[in-house]
Ligand binder design. Structure first.
Ligand SMILES: Cc1cc2nc3c(=O)[nH]c(=O)nc-3n(C[C@H](O)[C@H](O)[C@H](O)COP(=O)(O)OP(=O)(O)OC[C@H]3O[C@@H](n4cnc5c(N)ncnc54)[C@H](O)[C@@H]3O)c2cc1C
Length: 372
């Protein structure tokens, strides 16, 4: 018996899939959003919540431009989500700091910024390298271990859990059919479209967009898409609430609007293990206390591990299958930062068929270059 028919199926209901589903619905497509369920690996529920520009794109200039574009789209996007869902995602863009605890760290950071500045051309790259004295003027309570850092006025943060809820709420309000607890098992090209097989259903769709995070790799293989993502664990600690004190997010420490302080995060190659370890928690806490000694007075109340969706060069993969046009893959490790651009700029390109041309530098074909 034929199942439901949609213009597009988005497979994976994390931050990436929810933003894409919303954008496709904005473009007038009928959309079904499938999500595997609570036991799945979900980066979207375990991240640090930064909307972060500085330092990104040294390996790919287009990524630096794209990240900045998303940051610029964020204020309007957050206002729109609030209007449509009543949810405040607590977006703030006060500018962010990266703080260095040794001269070697600072030199390496400054070299990355020089590279980004040089590749940006006449437009420049809006990020400053700051010495300790200037940092102390801007960030009260800085520890003696901080030797310098970098500042970018376009950096900010959001509440990522409310963001996920708001993206899905806005998508539902646009008519997206959200199917929780439903895993896409088989995707078959049907000539002009695709059949998506789940445990209970067979859906007929015109386009299919793989946004299944680490689950996209095996699904992509069914429709001629290479999605070479791998897990990278990050651990995060959360302290008890404190009075408002840190006005700017930093790469490793930020205060939420509720007063808690997030400390993180690690970069670990441990396969699909989402656990936590005392050794990494110790390192995170020790660095945080060297950065802001007053943090030693706060209790840590929670900690978790989550898996990043990493590509080989850390930049996003946006692709359409050459063998089966209409099948797309979207994978990235900055799904909070890029949520605005995904909904407002990437999804329209998927809807109107211009992705392959407009986002060519982001194709996974960049990993297939032959060495001579
Ligand atoms: C510790 C940590 C800190 C981070 N900090 C930041 C940050 O500060 N800023 C930032 O921008 N990003 C950050 N990130 C990255 C960000 O969280 C991810 O880029 C983003 O969540 C990826 O979202 P996703 O939707 O691609 O993947 P996921 O959240 O993993 O979602 C994938 C979804 O696909 C579903 N799925 C899988 N297979 C199937 C299937 N076969 N059928 C149906 N559904 C399926 C799963 O159920 C899951 O819900 C961080 C990540 C981590 C781990």
């Amino acid at each position: 018996m034929p199942g439901p028919v949609y213009d597009a199926a988005v497979v994976g209901g994390g931050l990436v899939g929810s933003a894409i589903a919303l954008g496709l619905a904005d473009a007038g497509l009928s959309v079904v959003l499938l999500d595997e369920g609570d036991t799945a690996l979900r980066a979207s529920r375990g991240n640090f919540g930064l909307v972060w520009v500085q330092g990104k794109g040294a390996a790919m200039p287009d990524y630096a431009v794209w990240t900045r574009r998303s940051s610029d789209l964020w204020p309007g996007f957050a206002a729109r989500l609030a209007d449509e869902t009543g949810l405040d995602v607590s977006h703030q863009r006060p500018g962010g700091f990266h703080l260095c605890l040794s001269e070697a760290e600072l030199e390496q950071r400054a070299a990355t910024m020089r590279r980004l500045h040089n590749q940006a051309g006449p437009d420049g790259y809006d990020c400053q390298v700051l010495g300790r004295d200037e940092l102390c003027r801007r960030l009260p309570g800085l520890g003696a271990a901080v030797v310098g850092g970098t500042y970018c006025p376009h950096d900010g943060c959001v509440n990522p859990l409310v963001l996920l809820q708001a993206l899905q709420g806005a998508a539902l309000a646009r008519g997206v059919s959200y199917r929780a607890g439903l895993r896409a098992r088989v995707i078959l090209p049907t000539g002009g479209g695709f059949a998506v097989g789940t445990e209970s259903d067979r859906l007929a769709v015109g386009k299919i967009v793989l946004t299944a995070g680490l689950g996209s790799r095996p699904l992509g293989a069914q429709v001629g898409l290479d999605v070479p993502v791998h897990p990278e664990r990050g651990q995060i600690l959360v302290t008890e609430r404190a009075a408002p004190w840190l006005d700017h997010p930093t790469t490793f420490i930020r205060q939420t609007t509720q007063g808690t302080i997030l400390l993180g995060d690690s970069h670990e190659d441990v396969g699909f293990d989402t656990g936590t370890t005392a050794a990494v928690a110790h390192d995170i806490a020790a660095r945080a206390i060297r950065t802001f000694p007053a943090l030693a007075r706060l209790n840590v109340v929670r900690g978790w591990g989550a898996l990043r969706v990493m590509t080989p060069d850390g930049c996003p993969i946006y692709d359409e299958s050459e063998r089966h046009p209409g099948a797309f893959a979207v994978a990235c490790h900055s799904g909070v930062t890029l949520a605005a651009a995904h909904a407002l700029a990437l999804a329209p390109a998927i809807a109107d068929g211009s992705l392959r041309q407009a986002f060519a530098p982001f194709s996974a074909r960049r990993f297939h270059v032959q060495a001579h």
